[in-house]
Ligand binder design. Structure first.
Ligand code: PLP
Length: 430
């Protein structure tokens, strides 16, 4: 890290980079290259043998991507990161890095739909069982654990319910049993740091807030460096037994001179090498541009979303507002403990007149974009019952928290008066 700071505003601009050594460029250069010239045959051999760390091939590492990785690790309080092609690739790697056929992991039921499909179907196809449990009781994670359980998985602020996951409670159960907690922090960068609450790994879709401008798909994994994989050697053979794909390297041993990075190093040099879901350097460059203003944007997202939640709560056509600021009791206590400086950009609400009103509302919007995305600088809206959740039965929709009149908003950083004016005119037509 070039600058020593604990403040996200500073780290987002300075961590991992201080002027390009080759040119003096202040902005992080876009190294749009596939390959890197080796200095000698000895140098090349050392790089391949991991005796020396350096650039070999952009499928495995790239200097632009490296800055993104260092910044993300610094912002999360982790030891190292790996950027990948999408959020979906990040979740896939997070699991495949510790689980093989015959293993299982325990996941919260409150998940992004794409992650749900990945876990319920593709992981199953690979012989890895996802055990879905209700996160409202953290003990459900313990109950679903056995000696083939390789990880716990959850989202910090899953939509549509927008209930903060009990990170500290589930992480503590995992630490007792030797199971690492992997947190998808896509909806709450800057405002939540899952590693501070005991999570071992953080995953992101950088497509959302980190990129921030709706231009580039990307993802990342951040290694907390705080989980003792060696102490639970039986549970993590992939990290503790000789890796036949890397001339018998034992990852927990091989990393000893480098620090506690067994998890992320294995993900890079085996999964990324073999599966090839590399982030393009151009998208890394775009994610860096987004990251530099992320702390500033999150403040505006938070502020605008809270104002929207308060506005909707008073509206006669609205029967309910789903936002951490409207929660009470244990849910609110947890939201306040995990989310710092705001509650994020997502706001859900229910229209009294159900699905027809939901569709009329969406069709009447002028400023808000009607898209399946979240986390753009622009305000976004969707009616899940007729789109993202339309394939589910009414019962399953209700279980996910989606009622016929539910609308999901991702509040942008436009002027709040314009946001409220658009909501107001669309509600008048709903
Ligand atoms: N995790 C969450 C919470 C998401 O909302 C998404 C995308 O919508 C993903 C992961 C997947 O990310 P990507 O679309 O970058 O693959």
């Amino acid at each position: 890290m070039a600058v020593d700071s604990k403040h996200p505003e500073t780290l987002a601009l300075h961590a991992g980079y201080r002027a390009d050594p080759a040119t003096g460029a202040v902005a992080v250069p876009l190294y749009q290259t596939t390959s890197y010239q080796f200095q000698s045959t000895e140098h090349a051999a050392n790089l391949f043998a991991l005796k020396e760390l350096g650039n070999i091939y952009t499928r495995i590492m790239n200097p632009t991507t490296d800055v993104l990785e260092q910044r993300l690790a610094a912002l999360e309080g982790g030891v190292a990161a790996l950027a990948v092609a999408s959020g979906q690739a990040a979740s896939t790697f997070a699991i495949l890095n510790v689980a093989s056929a015959g293993d299982n992991f325990v996941t919260s039921t409150d998940l992004y739909g794409g992650t749900w499909n990945l876990f319920a179907n593709t992981c199953k196809q690979l012989g890895i069982e996802a055990r879905f449990v209700d996160p409202s009781d953290p003990e459900n994670f313990r109950r679903a654990t056995d000696d083939r359980t390789r990880a716990y998985y959850a989202e910090t602020l899953p939509n549509p319910k927008l209930r903060v996951f009990p990170i500290a409670e589930v992480a503590a159960i995992g630490r007792e049993l030797g199971v690492p907690l992997i947190m998808d922090n896509t909806a709450t960068p800057i405002i939540a740091r899952p590693l501070d609450h005991g999570a071992a790994v953080v995953v992101y879709s950088t497509t959302k807030y980190i990129g921030g401008h709706g231009t580039s798909i990307g993802g990342a994994l951040i290694d907390g460096g705080n989980f003792d994989w060696e102490a639970h050697a039986d549970r993590f053979p992939l990290l503790n037994q000789p890796d036949p794909s890397y001339h018998g390297a034992v990852w927990t041993q091989a990393v000893k001179p480098l620090g506690p990075i067994a998890y992320i190093l294995r993900a890079r040099v085996t999964l990324l090498r073999d599966i090839g879901a590399a982030l393009s350097p151009f998208n890394a460059f775009q994610a860096i541009q987004g990251l530099e203003t992320l702390p500033l944007r999150m403040r505006e997202h938070n502020r605008n979303a809270s104002a929207v939640a308060a506005f909707l709560a008073e509206h006669p056509k609205v029967s309910g507002v789903i936002h951490p600021s409207r929660q009470t009791g244990e849910l609110r206590r947890r939201a306040d403990a995990v989310l710092r400086g705001g509650h994020g950009a997502l706001v859900g609400f229910e229209l009294k007149d159900g699905a027809d009103a939901g569709r009329r509302f969406i069709d009447a919007l002028k400023l808000f974009y009607h898209v399946a995305n979240i986390g753009d600088a622009r305000s976004l809206a969707i009616h899940p019952a007729s789109t993202t959740h339309s394939q589910l039965s009414a019962e399953d929709q209700a279980a996910t928290g989606v009622t016929p009149g539910y609308v999901r908003l991702s509040i942008g950083i436009e002027h709040i008066d314009d946001i409220l004016a658009d909501l107001s005119q669309a509600l008048a037509q709903a």
